[in-house]
Design a protein around this ligand. Structure first.
Ligand SMILES: Nc1ncnc2c1ncn2[C@@H]1O[C@H](COP(=O)(O)OP(=O)(O)OP(=O)(O)O)[C@@H](O)[C@H]1O
Ligand SMILES: [Zn+2]
Length: 887
């Protein structure tokens, strides 16, 4: 296989890339994180699709952050054909969910598969390896440098076996083994079956079924014959029984008929007797009716005489004439009664009016007396009031004369309030002045006293100056004078005060008088008003009295008129009562006549009806007589019929017939019982025979099946032996192949190790048949690989990988192995300078032995130097996209 071109869109740090590959050694170089490993991962994913993912690395991690779509296209050549794989992906950056939308495999430009799992299977068989083998053999991933070295021998064995397709052999061996086990189970089953079946057949044969069947059949035939003869007998008994039954029922029919005819004859006799009784009763009825008619006719004649209407045959005319007369009488009577009722009503009205009139008179008398009483009481009231007016006048004159004696006039009294105020003010003024003067006098007396005391000592108490002839002496004198003057003023004032006080006393007295006068004047006026009101009332009462007198006269005249009317009406009413009596008697008489006439009419109708009834009854008697003769002739017919029936019955003896029938029935029952018993017996035999027959049938079937089973057992034995042989063969072949391969692989490992390893510590490596990998020191000490240093392990791993790659290329075929290129990601990481040189040589050697393409990712300059092609990878820090150019 040779990779020719890789085109990617939105994978990891690549936005877009289109890269062509050449044969030989290609080194991809660049700084950390520039996108080198991504390139190899893209190839890996394109080949095996999502199978390359593990649980820590999901599809959306592969797709460039933020992109919604991505794709990888890998073009390569294999066995002279051009192939391309196109993987496309869809991504939801927000949810972090991505999916593989298509996986197309083209061969020479034609699509051969376009469905992910088919494409995967096709690539697997095209490369002769799956993703795991790819990783273990051709693709040494970064950091996975010592996986093979470190793994357990068992896993190592599985990996290497798988790579060399030895796993398939094991699978085939297991299939053969499980087939053998399955067949063994079948063998055991069928043997058990054969044993069981042989025992069953033996048991059946021991019971001798054929003999048993023959015996049962002969017994059954004997029974059959007996049943047939019994059936014949039973038929005979049945026909005799039927015949006798028919005879008996014929006899019964005739007997029934006879008794029915006899009953009919008896019936006719009874009907005849009834008919005669009827005739008799009707005749009696006719007699009594005739008597009644005679009696009624007689009484009718009497009534007619009473009515005095014998000359008039038409009773209807008489009745209508009487009817008319009665109506007239009735109307007259009712007119009189109406008239009377009207007058009586009038009469009662008059009595009420007279009563009313009397009441009014009494009422008037009573109210007259009341009014007069009121008048005299009002007159007394007026007199009393006039007396009070006089008293008040006397009191007022007395007060007026008192005022005059005080020297006052009524005019002056008008201003008495002002005078009172004036005098009071003057008096107040005088009191103020009096107090003023009294204070002044007291002050003077105090000064005079002090000056007197000083002067008596003669000296000033402070300065001790002599006081005689000083100002103090002069002032004291003036003060004494002033005191005298003021004392005179004060006594004048007191005199004036007394005068004013007596004047004020008089004014106060006048004020009292004034009030009295005013009160009496008001009293007089009010009393006079009362008097005039009472007088008005008096007038009114007097007017009422006059009115009363007039009314009294009116009522009196009305009374006279009412009494004369009453007398007149009473005589009229008694006249009407007499008329009514007469009229009523006449009416009663006419009613009586009408009643008699109606009775006459009823009697006449009754007679008519009775006569017609009598006629009808006589007709009925004639009818009944005809019926009697009909009954007689029918009875004669029935008697003739009866004689016939008696003749027919003469030949049959019922007692004998019944005893015969009983005998036949018993015989029939007995035969039937016998038949039933025999039939049941025969059915039992048939059933037994059926069972024996089925035994026989089963036996022959069992024999057939046994034959088949025996054949099958023989066949299973043969198959079992084959499977056993196959299983052993696969085991042998695998063991041979494995030991072969291990021998070759061991040799290759040691060859490459000798070529690659440049230090002196270890002599060789051994891969044994259990896939244990052991390293030997120069002195022969064995070491497990896990004890080696990191660099040593890297070297051993590279050796092992290259050895496996070579073994595979040998194993698959000579020239074009079809293996993918040898791919290494950072293989120099743990190597020292010397071993980096050895690695370069190893790569050269691989190229020389025919590995067409070797892809190495490394930052090591010395690797670049020895490469056929160099790619430089860079990542733009702004756009964060990687790009590649060839160097
Ligand atoms: N899904 C992704 N989208 C965008 N960028 C990604 C994605 N996955 C990885 N990267 C970026 O791709 C860059 C390249 O990674 P890669 O492993 O290819 O680097 P490298 O060149 O092999 O580095 P080193 O020499 O350290 O092995 C990394 O810097 C990483 O940030
Ligand atoms: Zn890397």
């Amino acid at each position: 296989m040779m990779i020719k071109r890789l085109t990617i869109q939105n994978i990891r740090s690549y936005e877009s890339l289109d890269l062509s590959f050449e044969n030989g050694v290609t080194v991809v170089s660049g700084v950390n994180g520039s996108g080198k490993s991504s390139l190899l991962e893209a190839c890996f994913t394109c080949l095996f699709g999502s199978k390359t993912l593990d649980k820590d690395f999901v599809l959306s991690d592969l797709i460039r952050k933020g992109a919604t779509r991505a794709s990888i296209v890998l073009e390569f050549e294999q066995n002279g054909n051009d192939y391309s794989i196109e993987q496309t992906f869809r991504n939801d950056p927000e949810k972090g969910r991505a999916s593989n939308t298509s996986a197309i495999l083209k061969k020479n430009g034609e699509i051969i598969f376009d469905q992910a799992s088919r494409t995967y299977e096709a690539v697997k068989s095209l490369l002769n390896m799956d993703e795991e083998a790819y990783r273990n053999c051709v693709y040494i991933r970064q950091g996975e440098i010592d996986v093979l070295i470190n793994s357990k021998p068992r896993d190592r064995q599985r990996m290497i076996d798988d790579l060399l397709k030895l796993g398939k052999l094991e699978e085939y061996r297991e299939r053969a083994s499980s087939a053998r086990i399955g067949v063994g189970r079948h063998q055991r089953d069928s043997e058990r079956h054969i044993r069981d079946m042989t025992a069953d057949i033996q048991e059946l044969e021991d019971s001798k079924p054929a003999e048993r069947l023959a015996e049962l059949l002969s017994r059954s035939r004997g029974l059959e014959d007996s049943i047939t003869s019994l059936n014949e007998k039973r038929d005979r008994a049945l026909s005799l029984k039927d015949e006798t039954s028919q005879k008996i029922s014929r006899f019964r029919e005739l007997a029934d008929k006879k008794s029915s005819i006899q009953a009919q004859i008896k019936g006719f006799g009874e009907k005849r007797t009834q008919a005669y009784a009827q005739i008799e009763s009707i005749s009696k009825d006719i007699g009594s009716r005739k008597d009644t008619v005679e009696k009624t006719a007689k009484s009718t004649e009497e009534m007619r005489l009473k009515l005095d209407a014998t000359d008039n045959d038409d009773i209807e005319a008489v009745i209508s004439d009487l009817d008319r007369k009665e109506r007239l009488m009735r109307d007259k009577l009712s007119d009189i009664n109406k008239d009377k009722a009207v007058h009586e009503k009038e009469l009662s009205g008059l009595s009420t009016s007279i009563e009313e009139n009397k009441k009014q008179t009494v009422q008037l008398e009573k109210s007259g007396v009341q009014v007069r009483e009121k008048i005299s009481s009002v007159e007394a009231g007026i007199k009393k009031l006039q007396k009070m007016v006089e008293d008040s006048g006397t009191k007022r004159s007395a007060v007026l004369s008192t005022i005059e004696s005080m020297g006052l006039t009524p005019e002056k009294l008008e201003n008495i309030e002002e005078i009172f105020d004036l005098v009071s003010d003057q008096l107040k003024n005088l009191y103020g002045k009096e107090r003023e003067i009294a204070v002044k006098i007291a002050d003077l007396q105090e000064r005079i006293k002090k000056s007197g005391e000083l002067l008596s000592k003669g000296k000033c108490p402070t300065c001790s100056q002599d006081l005689h002839g000083s100002v103090i002496e002069e002032t004291s004198r003036a003060d004494l004078l002033k005191q005298k003057e003021l004392t005179v003023d004060l006594s004048g004032l007191k005199k004036k005060q007394e005068d004013l006080e007596s004047k004020l006393g008089r004014v106060k007295e006048a004020r009292v008088h004034k009030t009295e006068i005013e009160y009496q004047t008001r009293e007089i006026k009010s009393l006079n008003d009362q008097i005039s009101n009472q007088k008005k009332l008096l007038e009114e009462y007097q007017f009422n009295i006059a009115d009363h007198e007039k009314k009294k006269e009116e009522i009196l005249s009305q009374k006279t008129y009412l009494e004369s009317s009453l007398k007149e009406l009473k005589s009229k009413v008694s006249q009407l009562e007499q008329d009514a009596g007469t009229s009523r008697k006449e009416h009663e008489r006419s009613l009586e006549n009408l009643k008699v006439a109606r009775n006459v009419r009823n009697n006449l109708l009754e007679i008519e009806k009775a006569v017609s009834d009598i006629n009808k009854m006589e007709e009925r008697i004639t009818g009944i007589r005809e019926m009697i003769s009909l009954f007689d002739s029918q009875a004669a017919d029935k008697r003739a019929h009866l004689a016939e029936v008696d003749e027919q019955m003469g030949g049959l003896d019922i007692t004998k017939l019944e005893s015969l029938l009983n005998d036949y029935e018993n015989a029939f029952r007995n035969i039937n019982l016998q038949i039933g018993k025999l039939t049941a017996e025969r059915e039992g035999l048939t059933k037994q025979a059926g069972m024996v027959e089925s035994d026989l049938k089963r036996m022959s079937e069992l024999k057939k099946t046994l034959e088949v089973l025996r054949n099958k057992a023989a066949y299973l034995n043969a198959v079992y032996e084959d499977a056993e042989g196959l299983e052993a063969m696969y085991m042998r072949v695998r063991a041979e192949l494995r030991s072969n391969n291990i021998g070759i692989l061991d040799a290759l490992i040691n060859e490459i190790f000798a070529f690659m390893y440049s230090n002196n510590a270890y002599s060789h490596i051994r891969l044994d048949h259990e896939y244990n990998l052991t390293v030997f020191e120069k002195n022969g000490t064995p070491l497990e690989p896990k004890l080696l240093s990191g660099g040593e392990r890297a070297i051993f791993n590279l050796v092992l990988r290259c050895a496996i790659y070579r073994l595979l290329s040998l194993g698959i075929s000579g020239e074009d192995s079809g293996l993918p290129p040898l791919i290494m990601d950072e293989p120099t990481v743990f190597l020292d300078r010397g071993h980096v040189q050895q690695l370069i040589k190893l790569i050269d050697m691989m190229r020389d032995i025919g590995v067409g393409q070797i892809l190495v990712v490394s930052h090591d300059e010395s690797l670049i130097d020895s490469a056929d092609n160099v790619f430089m990878v860079e990542k733009d820090p702004i756009s964060n996209s990687s790009s590649i150019y060839a160097k």
